[in-house]
Design a protein around this ligand. Sequence first.
Ligand code: SAH
Length: 351
Amino acid sequence: MISIYNYTLEQMIDEFVAIGEKKFRATQVFEWIYRKNVYSFDDMNNLSLDLRNKLSNIYSTNLLKIVEKQESKDGTIKYLFELEDGGLVESVLMIHDYGRSLCVTSQLGCNMGCKFCASGLLKKQRNLTAAEMVLQVLTVNFDTQNNVSHVVVMGTGEPFDNYDNVMNFIRVINHAKGLAIGARHLTISTCGLVDKIEMYAHEGIQTNLAISLHAPNDDIRDQIMPINKAYPMDKLREAIKYYISKTNRRVTLEYILLRGVNDQLVHARQLAHYVRGLNVYVNLIPYNAVDEHGYQQSSTMDVEAFKNELLRLKINCTLRKEHGRDIDGACGQLRAKKVGETSCKSSQKVK
Ligand code: SAH
């Protein structure tokens, strides 16, 4: 059975017309789900019994099964969900002073092969459907009885390697009759698929775009991010420039500091040179150790020196505050586990 959460409002209208129903019925169903948090056709009491039965026979409304929930000292919650086919995905809920932000997974595994990241240790098994991404948000809303206000597509996977489904996901959660999460509260993070960055420039959605740069030159980027062989840094810079010119939006460049690899002053200067003239800001990320990879976090002194050098060169930058590191819920620590392989560190089993 196909999940009802796959559809944007426009697609749901087409679906309903195709099964011989009036257009406004689709709007009613959409509002039941996303405005009134009703996840069963049976409870949609302005639909006839016949229609409720008919819809129940065609579309599934199931939420995701919560397999495990781990709560960090800082209030961050990491969810492990089971998909209909048994696949397991993680999402991380972070509580900020400005709202509740959910880090959403876009693929089961990842093929980008970044040398420092845990998510790529399991190769991509498949793309998540739009519904499976929408459901991460709905299930967390339902479980916490509180609505997520911000979404970052920064969980496992490369969102631009699952472009169409991610676009549908964004349209559903952004729609005024949907979850109505404002575009400025949505962030997509990509490792730099140049063709997709250019395509995204034309979508007409005012979300935030973050790009995982992580290196100041091609030599280093080639070593740590295989995608750089396909899309080297000058091509990436052109795409960023193009995106900014089309959307007028400032882009975030993410830069993980890896001890002795990319964290020296000479690297800060090369990075400053690379971003000069682009409307971007640099988000410096402390590296979170991944057992299987040999990289180490930079020293606090090197991090400060790197940041100060960028500031001295008049490059906008901030140092990211990490959330949920004690539950392996921080950046790059999410991994698509196999059944039976769940971590039991401070875990709370949930029914
Ligand atoms: N594939 C997308 C989104 C997922 S990763 C992308 O590459 O942007 C989200 C962010 O966490 C990326 O910037 C990623 O490079 C970074 N990251 C990966 N491993 C990390 C680690 N061990 N410590 C800190 N950040 C990491």
